[in-house]
Design a protein around this ligand. Structure first.
Ligand SMILES: *Cc1c(COP(=O)(O)O)cnc(C)c1O
Length: 497
């Protein structure tokens, strides 16, 4: 399997190169040349394997330059009970008749990003070895909360790597800040920036492309790499759990092999739902992919009209991991839907950066309508959905998952479609305890974070994840907070170069 770039179809690299480079030199994203197909029987057999073997099986179709031993080294290390609270790794909760919650948050940081960030370090170090890059990999991350912590946990004490995370001093939740400040590991660093998320992100981008920094890094035997969701190594692990959950439902006799299902995904950067699209085109029988957004509903409008327009107000919501106006992974979908037309992708994404807007062709609009259904909801509706699910099904979901629930209800009302449905549940309710507790009890409270967590535990049946319960007692290791102008110097001195 080779990988092309969405902005230059002539680029052709293997997976180890795609994963270490992260993004193609001309700015495009790496996309596999073709989508490998699985027969229904193959999908059925996936259900008989343990999760790490399911993953290795799917990866063997995409990372064909990896040996079996290399794939199993990666999957056995990433998907074990050392890191996940449940043996099944991706747990399925039967919510109500024909609706299933695919709980992707039993990893070390209680959000679905662990599913990919637990394995990415192994992909990266294995890839680097394969292409004989004998440099130490330095991961720089700018985070608005979830990605930073998941990347820290993934890369902690992974040989041959070190990681440095920047977050906006006042831009993350108290729980997220505490998670990062108490991070363990010998190869990790965490620093607050006196500014907002854009300041963090711009700083990191500038350091990535700074020639002086590059030269010094190179001389010292280091190289930068990226852990954000444009890396193919973060997307491919997400395909696994859609195939795996379908096979699981067949095994449990909830559906018959070949039956179609719907998949609902609370969406921000379009990574998770794109993985579901790949699973569908590999052979998982899918009826509709339902794209759920919060009030930052740029994707709802896009799927419904074919016009992508980021010229709109940005809202901070109770589902902050979906507060995004530029969904990077959409570029991969459009490349596929235009039959790899790199010219038109360059045109559209050039327009996106110059005018903030582009409109796709009639042909692509029809494909979008055929594959997807899109909806959005506001914070009040999100909290009402948490309350409703709790009252009706004694199930407590987080704010992001609640957006998916609400949009799914809307879909059913609009279409009358009763197809069995998987809802991607992307975070533990404890991670967004303020809004969740407010939703459950119907009023806000001024308890501290830990008291809120305890109160949610009283109300719901869900045990507090150990990783969050432990936070209270963990010593704070990181307290640096710097001006954005000092970010480059901070990186250099942390690396000692
Ligand atoms: C990142 C994130 C999302 C959005 O996922 P994308 O792949 O960016 O669409 C949804 N929910 C939670 C909890 C997240 O952390």
């Amino acid at each position: 399997m080779f990988y092309n770039s969405t902005r230059n179809s002539n680029v052709k690299v293997n997976s180890a190169e795609a994963i270490t480079q992260g993004i193609s030199a001309e700015g495009g994203l790496f996309v596999p040349e073709s989508i490998p197909e699985l027969s229904l029987e193959e999908i059925r057999t996936v259900g008989n394997m343990k999760y790490s073997d399911r993953a290795a099986f799917v990866f063997s179709k995409y990372l064909t330059d990896f040996t079996d031993a290399e794939l199993h080294y990666c999957t056995d290390n990433a998907y074990s009970v050392k890191n996940f609270e449940t043996e099944s790794i991706a747990e399925i909760a039967h919510l109500f008749d024909g609706t299933y919650m695919l709980e992707l948050w039993h990893g070390p940081t209680c959000a679905f990003k662990d599913m990919a960030l637990q394995i990415l370090p192994y992909f990266l170090t294995t890839s680097a070895k394969k292409i004989k890059l004998d440099k130490k990999i330095v991961i720089l991350v700018a985070t608005s909360g979830d990605t930073g912590k998941a990347a820290l946990e993934g890369f902690r004490d992974v040989e041959g790597t070190s990681i440095l995370v920047f977050y906006p001093e006042d831009g993350v939740s108290p729980m997220q800040k505490r998670q990062m400040q108490t991070q363990e590991g010998e190869n990790v660093g965490v620093c607050a920036i006196k500014g907002n998320f854009d300041d963090c992100q711009n700083g990191v981008k500038a350091i990535f492309t700074d020639n002086d920094v590059k030269k010094r890094l190179n001389n010292a035997g280091f190289m930068f790499s990226s852990a954000n969701s444009i890396n193919w190594g973060r997307l491919v692990p997400q395909i696994v759990y859609y195939i795996s959950s379908y096979a699981e439902l067949v095994k449990d006799e909830e559906i018959e092999l070949g039956d179609k299902i719907n998949i609902v995904v609370p969406t921000g950067n379009f990574g998770n739902i794109l993985a579901a699209y790949y699973a569908k085109h590999m052979g998982v029988p899918v009826n509709k992919l339902i794209c759920a957004s919060n009030v930052n509903n740029v994707l709802t409008d896009f799927i419904n009209t074919g016009i992508y327009d980021r010229n709109r107000q940005f809202y901070a919501t109770v589902s902050p991991s979906m507060d995004i106006l530029i969904s990077s992974n959409l570029e991969r979908l459009l490349y596929l839907m235009t039959d790899k037309n790199d010219g038109i992708i360059n045109e559209w994404f050039g327009r996106l950066s110059s005018e903030g807007r582009y409109e796709v062709t009639e042909d692509v609009k029809a494909k979008l309508r055929d594959e997807f259904w899109a909806g959005c909801c506001n914070d009040e509706e999100t909290k009402a959905a948490i309350h409703r699910v709790y009252e009706k099904y004694s199930y407590t979901c987080d704010t992001h998952t609640a957006v998916a629930v609400k949009v799914y209800e809307e879909y059913r009302n609009a279409t009358g479609d009763n197809t069995k449905t998987i809802i991607a549940s992307t975070a533990s309710p404890y991670k967004f305890s303020a809004a969740v507790l407010e939703a459950l009890e119907g009023n806000s409270s001024d308890m501290d974070e830990y008291t809120k967590v305890d109160r949610i535990a009283e109300l719901s049946d869900i045990p507090v994840p150990e990783a969050l319960a432990d936070l209270k007692n963990k010593p704070q290791r990181f307290s640096d907070a710097i001006d954005k102008a000092d970010q480059k110097q901070y990186v250099l001195s942390t690396l000692g170069i």
